[in-house]
Write a protein that binds this ligand. Structure first.
Ligand code: COA
Length: 316
């Protein structure tokens, strides 16, 4: 079995919605400014007491449906998250408990907005090496819990949610190629410091403009790097399923691929940036609306804090 193939998809968004109009009540901004600069109209955010593991569990349940046989074959749980319920244990262990699965490994992967690609690359390696056959891979984040709602250039971006896929060993592709990479040199451009301001929760600090430029340049390069040696060309890609950070970043990547925006799955308008959840949420949207069809080739790519970045070329 050479490949990892997607066999199930799930997603979950918290019910509570925070619109641009709501943000106008919190700080000096406008719906027009936010939509023009980011493409975001609204984001879903967790209710008091709702945890990242609740979102992750709900997405896993959506992927599994009532298929207990599929559930009982899962031999590893990976959760990409930056906003775990607790410092430890991991969200993955909480999901394992909630799914009532016993005696399988479960762990979190922290690569911020690139987390889902990192988790997918990890799952793919375990499957290709024959260690595991069926892996639940989740991206889940509650970014609103680490957002400073007095920082208008930053608070407009973030939302909460979770997406899940189940990958299994297959003779057919499947995941064709993954790239993961990092550069820790610019940590202060996008981070959540450990030290908290007095009586304040730790929140995201970001130099948006600098991050924007590095993200566009890095994603530009990753398109070429992913296709190189893969046996595929730009024109072969049916769908771009990108991390949803800013509509202008998505447009720049589509342009690099000579792709019309009609072939890009866009969810940022409804979800904002949900960090590790954004790619699996977009993937779910593409699959469940019937736009992404079986047999099509998709490119997923992400850039995030670290900096980290990555891509996956996948035959659905
Ligand atoms: N509403 C109204 N005005 C705002 C505003 C808001 N919410 N936020 C910032 N502004 C103002 C600034 O004060 C500034 O005003 P000035 O020119 O009078 O000083 C002006 O708008 C431009 O600010 P700037 O920060 O340069 O805006 P920008 O075009 O870079 O957009 C981001 C800001 C955050 C939307 C953009 O930089 C971005 O998306 N960066 C990438 C972030 C990202 O993707 N991070 C995650 C990576 S995974």
């Amino acid at each position: 079995m050479k490949f990892s193939k997607f066999v199930a998809y799930g997603s979950y968004l918290p019910k509570k919605i925070l619109t641009n109009k709501d943000l106008e009540q919190i700080f000096d901004t406008s719906d027009e400014w936010i939509q023009t600069r980011t493409g975001i109209q609204q984001r879903h955010i967790v209710e008091e007491g709702q945890k990242t593991s609740d979102l992750a569990f709900a997405a896993a349940q959506d992927a599994l449906g009532d298929n207990d046989s599929l559930k009982n074959q899962i031999d590893l749980i990976l959760v990409a998250t930056t906003t775990p319920d607790k410092i430890f244990p991991s969200v993955a262990c909480a999901v394992q408990r909630k799914l009532n699965l016993k005696n399988i490994p479960a762990f979190d992967i922290q690569a911020v907005c690139s987390g889902f690609i990192y988790a997918l690359a990890t799952a793919d390696s375990f499957i290709r090496s024959g260690v595991y056959k069926k892996i639940l891979v989740i991206g889940a984040d509650s970014m609103s819990t680490i957002t400073d709602y007095s920082d208008r250039s930053n608070a407009i971006l973030w939302g909460d949610g979770a997406g899940a896929v189940i990958v299994e060993a297959s003779d057919e592709p499947g995941i064709i190629k993954n790239i993961i990479n990092s550069n820790g040199e610019h940590e202060e451009l996008l981070h959540v410091p450990r030290e908290s301001k007095e009586n304040q929760p730790n929140t995201i600090e970001m130099q948006g403009n600098a991050v924007f430029k590095i993200a566009v340049n890095t994603l530009d390069q990753i398109v070429d790097e992913t296709l190189k040696g893969s046996g595929y060309e730009k024109k072969d890609i049916d769908w771009l399923v990108p991390h949803q950070a800013n509509i202008r970043i998505l447009q720049a990547t589509a342009k690099k691929l000579d792709m019309s925006m009609d072939h890009v799955i866009v969810t940022i308008n409804k979800h904002g940036n949900t960090s590790a959840a954004s790619i699996p949420l977009a993937l779910n949207e593409g699959i469940k609306t019937g736009r992404i069809q079986k047999g099509q080739l998709i490119l997923m790519e992400a850039f995030g804090g670290g900096f980290t970045w990555g891509s996956s070329l996948v035959r659905i």
